[in-house]
Design a protein around this ligand. Structure first.
Ligand code: AMP
Length: 278
């Protein structure tokens, strides 16, 4: 695996390979787990060269302590990438990514930035849009691989690609879960055993909605799902709701392609999860 930390060095490499190789790109914030590795595997299936970036992007954190406590495990990550056949790692500094200071996207991306994560983490997607655009500009991939785990992020990135990078193909990959059903996340590293066990209720609540969707009254179903989570004193729901899976607007009926999305605080950590319903 070749490792780059500067934009100049990576750009020189990209200029050399791009004419003859297809480039697959997996952007991450590190503390890698099998969910991230599944994206690399997907990239390897579809592309000649797979590039993973590890960059904890300051502009997408709306909470200073979350940024500070975000796990950083670069030695471990490099080992995992090497073992799993990643070709290139890009691990830049903040200065390399933001040479002109920490500014973020100011373009209007419409309603999708104002609901769910956009509503609860003000400015988060403007940070995501900025860093993904910068990374796309540097890496110039043919295909990019993102996880359904961050479902709303996939919608936002699809819009970014449509507006500014129509040459890049977007692949949305399924959520990898622990055997227990807990969605894999770098933030799970911060959970103790009791928190981790109570966090299972999140997926159970989402599964409960999936099993009753289209059969039971939706408002009642959502209420009952919230009760499942509220059984634990360690969990506190930020949102749990069903939406149109294309645009995240409220659904009109159970024929609409729908998704249930949740953000739940578990002890010190904020977890998100989702399931497509039909
Ligand atoms: P992150 O490092 O959290 O920014 O995630 C980097 C990429 O990995 C994003 O596209 C995530 O959606 C994806 N990802 C994170 N967790 C999982 C998971 N459990 N299964 C599949 N993809 C994931």
């Amino acid at each position: 695996m070749i490792s780059f930390t500067t934009v100049n060095d990576l750009s020189a490499y990209i200029r050399e390979i791009k004419p003859t190789k297809t480039i697959g790109f997996v952007p991450t914030m590190g503390a890698l787990h099998l969910g991230h590795i599944s994206l690399i595997e997907e990239s390897k299936k579809h592309c000649d060269i797979s590039i993973c970036s590890i960059f904890v992007n300051p502009t997408q954190f709306n909470n200073a302590s979350d940024l500070e406590n975000y796990p950083r495990l670069i030695e471990n990550d490099m080992k995992l990438l090497l073992e799993n056949g990643c070709d290139v790692l890009f691990h830049p500094s903040v200065e390399q990514m933001y040479p002109n200071g920490l500014q973020k996207n100011e373009e209007d991306y419409g309603q999708v930035l104002k609901v769910f994560e956009g509503l609860h983490r003000p400015g988060h997607f403007d940070g995501v849009l900025t860093v993904v655009a910068r990374l796309f500009d540097i890496v110039k991939p043919h295909k990019s691989f993102f996880g359904q785990k961050d479902y709303q992020q996939c919608i936002v990135v699809a819009e970014l690609i449509k507006r500014k990078f129509p040459e890049i193909e977007l692949h949305v990959c399924p959520i990898l879960r622990e055997n227990s059903g807990l969605a894999m996340s770098s933030r799970n590293l911060r959970l103790n055993d009791i928190e981790k066990s109570d966090a299972l209720l999140i997926n159970q609540a989402l599964q409960y909605i999936k099993s009753g969707f289209g059969q039971k009254d939706l408002a009642l179903l959502i209420e009952e799902a919230k009760q499942i989570i509220n059984e634990s004193k360690l969990l506190s729901i930020e949102y749990l709701d069903v939406a149109n899976a294309i645009n995240l607007e409220p659904i009109k009926n159970s024929n609409t392609k729908a998704i249930v999305l949740a953000a739940v605080h578990c002890g010190p950590v904020r977890l998100i999860d989702n399931i497509l319903l039909n």
